[in-house]
Design a binder for this molecule. Structure first.
Ligand code: ZN
Length: 409
């Protein structure tokens, strides 16, 4: 009798699968529920493993990672370990630790884990896929609940923010260059006198006909800190770029109004998107203006003209043939509206095509000349030279030569 019990136990042991469990712990930044702290999750999962005699061989922690992201460092490591057969059991506090995307829940529970022979246990939801993988439908249901939880939270946060914006409160983290947060009221912005004149200078220069590149160069020359550097971020070169100038020239914030719905966040991917301009909702007079509405409108009109290039019916004459005399790089064919030539302001703005050596923006070490030439001027020069050369050729002799050659062959 005694022997047969031993035999039976031996038989049971042999048939019992050896589990190598991995515990997966995740905490997102927004999660303030203390039951979800990494420590709490660790306690719950490890205690469960101990109570059921499962050996925990690895712990995977994604601290500060949202459950809607597909790719998280620890999750990725766990997936690799599963594929390498280093673990064959995953224990989580609840399924939403694994993912908050309902499609992904289905993917893990119905495809990836079963395919890789992994047993899944969600402690607080009493889910255990068991040895033969029998998970009930509640898993899919939980997946849906977990996803709607995120949607709900993000909607709540968004509506609180929108309400505050409608009251004229500034709720964003960053303040446009030229402004700062009020020391006494964190929902208010005031003019930052240290740099506000630079914003005015940018607008003035543009209105006087300087290009964005010229403005950037000018500010760099004056050794004015770029917005990034001024904010205290690490920058390798303190050099103004066209896109900083462009951003400042296009931001209606400088006229004293706030855009309530400038960006929206897709709660599933956490990515931010810009709202189309025509859908913007403005709240007027939320802060002191740096630029008058009239000046701002003029600038917008000039910017628009610059980008509304006329469509050329034909390829331009010298396509692919114009190179910078200094650095030998191909010059770019560009279009712009000029309102001044050599510091002389024109009565009528002139629209023109021109060639420019762009090295100055990309590799100023190679060529910092920024050579520019109007297409009209260059075409005229080239045509004159071609005419001169043609005059030097005796057409009769040339055609006879060609006919002879043709006959011979
Ligand atoms: Zn050049």
């Amino acid at each position: 009798m005694y022997i047969s019990i031993i035999n039976m136990m031996f038989w049971v042991r042999c048939n019992m699968k050896e589990y190598k469990a991995g515990i997966y712990l995740r905490l997102s930044k927004e999660d303030t529920n203390t039951n979800n702290s990494i420590e709490a999750q660790r306690d719950i999962t490890i205690n469960y493993a101990k109570a059921h005699d499962f050996t925990v061989v690895k712990e995977y922690v994604d601290n500060g990672w949202s459950g809607v992201l597909d790719s998280r460092p620890a999750l990725n490591r766990m997936i690799i370990d599963i594929i390498k057969k280093q673990i064959n059991m995953v224990i989580v506090k609840d399924l939403s630790r694994l993912t908050r995307d309902k499609n992904k829940t289905g993917y893990y529970t119905e495809i990836f884990f079963p395919d890789n022979d992994v047993r899944l246990i969600s402690v607080t939801e009493f889910i255990d896929s068991g040895e033969r993988y029998e998970i009930d439908d509640t898993i899919m249901l939980r997946g849906i609940m977990n996803q709607s939880y995120v949607a709900d939270i993000s909607k709540k946060i968004k509506s609180v923010k929108t309400d505050m914006k409608k009251q004229g409160k500034y709720v964003e983290k960053n303040v446009p260059y030229g402004y700062k947060k009020d020391d006494e009221d964190k929902y208010k912005v005031v003019i930052d006198e240290t740099v506000s004149d630079n914003v005015k200078l940018i607008y003035e220069m543009y209105l006087q006909g300087c290009s964005q590149g010229e403005i950037a160069k000018h500010l760099t020359k004056l050794k004015i800190d770029t917005p990034k550097k001024y904010k205290g971020q690490n920058v390798t070169i303190n050099e103004w770029r066209n896109d900083s100038i462009s951003r400042i020239l296009k931001d209606p914030f400088y006229t004293g109004k706030m855009i309530i719905n400038k960006m929206y966040t897709d709660y599933r991917t956490k990515k931010k998107y810009k709202t189309p301009k025509k859908e913007w909702i403005f709240k007027e007079n939320t802060h002191e203006a740096l630029i008058s509405q009239e000046k701002f409108d003029n600038v917008q009109q000039m910017l628009e003209e610059k980008f509304n290039k006329p469509q050329n019916e034909y390829e331009y004459l010298l396509k692919g043939l114009v190179y910078c005399g200094h650095c030998k790089s191909r010059m770019q064919y560009k279009y712009r509206t000029r309102s001044k030539i050599r510091n002389k302001i024109l009565e009528e703005p002139q629209k023109c095509w021109y060639y420019k050596c762009r090295m100055i923006y990309k590799f100023p070490d190679i060529c910092n000349k920024g050579h520019t030439i109007m297409e009209n001027t260059l075409n005229e020069m080239v045509i004159n030279i071609v005419k001169q050369k043609l005059n030097m050729i005796n057409i009769d002799i040339a055609t006879n030569k060609i006919t002879d050659e043709y006959k011979r062959k």
